[in-house]
Design a protein. Structure first.
Length: 201
């Protein structure tokens, strides 16, 4: 992919490099991983829109994580995992119609709203319950799509729990067998070790 290089005055390929950046956000010093792009021809830094946007998200995420608030990346992830538009989601959550849009664009939610969003992101059962309560506030199509997505996540979560339980069951079984073998080997060793002495007596 090429971007315009202001030094070469033409479109050029670029390479990226990740660096640890330190900036101040809302008066708080934060560190985050920043991705920079450099022209392959002259080696000077170039502007790549997608990378610049990702850097903004990383920057704000670092601040929010430090302050115990929902991250911008999470705010943008929630509509995707629940297959719901931003405005319908705002209604489902009991926010103003454009409130979630403001959060999506980078406005930081209050602590109360932030806590609610963090719970919703990781708890599809809670989202489904909230969705059911707000069914009449959104279109039937938006409701069905979001419900299907939430149910799918719940199903995946249950399958993951079963897989983990099965894994530990196999581990415990193998551990029991290993212990039995150790006890058996110990007994066999003791018999072979002490038997010559008992015969000599």
């Amino acid at each position: 992919m090429k971007v315009f290089c202001v030094h070469c005055l033409k479109d050029e390929e670029y390479v990226t490099k990740k660096v640890i950046a330190e900036d101040v956000f809302n008066g708080v010093k934060v560190k985050y991983i920043k991705t920079l792009a450099y022209c392959v021809d002259c080696g000077q830094e170039v502007y790549v829109e997608d990378l610049a946007e990702n850097n903004i998200v990383a920057y704000q995420d670092a601040y929010c994580q430090k302050m115990g608030l929902v991250k911008l990346s999470s705010i943008r992830r929630i509509p995707i995992i629940y297959n719901i538009g931003i405005r319908p989601l705002s209604k489902v959550l009991g926010f103003g119609e454009i409130t979630y849009t403001r959060y999506y664009e980078g406005y930081i939610p209050s602590k109360i709203y932030s806590d609610k969003l963090m719970k919703i992101e990781h708890d599809p059962k809670l989202f489904l319950k909230t969705l059911e309560s707000a069914r009449g506030k959104i279109s039937e199509r938006a409701y069905r799509n979001a419900k299907s997505a939430a149910q799918s996540l719940i199903k995946q979560s249950k399958q993951k729990e079963r897989n983990i339980a099965a894994h530990f069951s196999v581990y415990e079984s193998s551990t029991d067998v290993a212990v039995e073998r150790m006890v058996s080997n110990k007994a066999n060793f003791e018999m072979s070790y002490y038997e010559p002495y008992s015969n000599a007596a």
